[in-house]
Write a protein that binds this ligand. Structure first.
Ligand SMILES: [Zn+2]
Length: 88
């Protein structure tokens, strides 16, 4: 039977708080793990791309985004100040 409340799989999926926290933590872990493969070397990223490495930037943005969302969900979001994601 068609259930409207649970059928929005994919983009519009609604997660409850616990699910979102688990999801966000997973995304942060994944991004952080992948970021370990992108270290600045002499003039290039360790993945072989030119600096700034677009992949590393994207991963850092993803991690920062979900850290911010987690903080917001936890109700401990600091007012939007430029808290820098941990540089690796
Ligand atoms: Zn890279």
């Amino acid at each position: 039977m068609y259930d409207d409340s649970t059928s929005t799989a994919g983009h519009g999926r609604v997660l409850n708080r616990e699910q979102f926290v688990a999801y966000a933590k997973g995304r942060i872990d994944a991004a952080t793990t992948l970021l370990d493969r992108h270290a600045r070397m002499a003039g290039i990223c360790s993945c072989g791309r030119a600096l700034p490495c677009p992949l590393a930037q994207s991963l850092a943005r993803t991690a920062a985004h979900f850290r911010g969302r987690l903080a917001a969900v936890a109700g401990s979001a600091p007012p939007r100040r430029g808290r820098r994601p941990r540089a690796r």
